[in-house]
Design a protein around this ligand. Sequence first.
Ligand code: THU
Length: 136
Amino acid sequence: MEYKELVRIAIAARENAYTPYSHFKVGAALLARDGRVFTGCNIECASYSPTNCAERTALFKAVSEGVREFSALAVLGWKEGEVCTEFASPCGVCRQMLYEFCGPDLPVIMAKNEEEMQVMTLGELLPMGFGPANLL
Ligand code: THU
């Protein structure tokens, strides 16, 4: 699957973001090695800290369906009612959780739209990440 298509799916997933507090809506699309795509949006909470990011929503959906191998992640986010001008990158907690299943080579596609994207590996976003191999 082309990165553009994954970005398109992430843009659509962003529509479901539940963000009555920050109004910052994030969409993610996680491509599994078997070709399936798991989407995610951020889901906020009146008590704030239980809020779940879009990337972890997508990852948890996949893992809960028995899927643990991934080949790319697309993510984008911007404020409701505004135009996207910045790349949104996964927060530290999401980087760590993605590292658990994806390791350092996962391409993370940060996009503003289908044309403008910045691709970095998870290892670049989380250098010297602590992962399952460290506990062997
Ligand atoms: N958010 C994400 O969904 N992903 C990130 O990687 C960064 C932050 C969400 C959490 C919260 O609902 C809103 O963006 C503002 O922090």
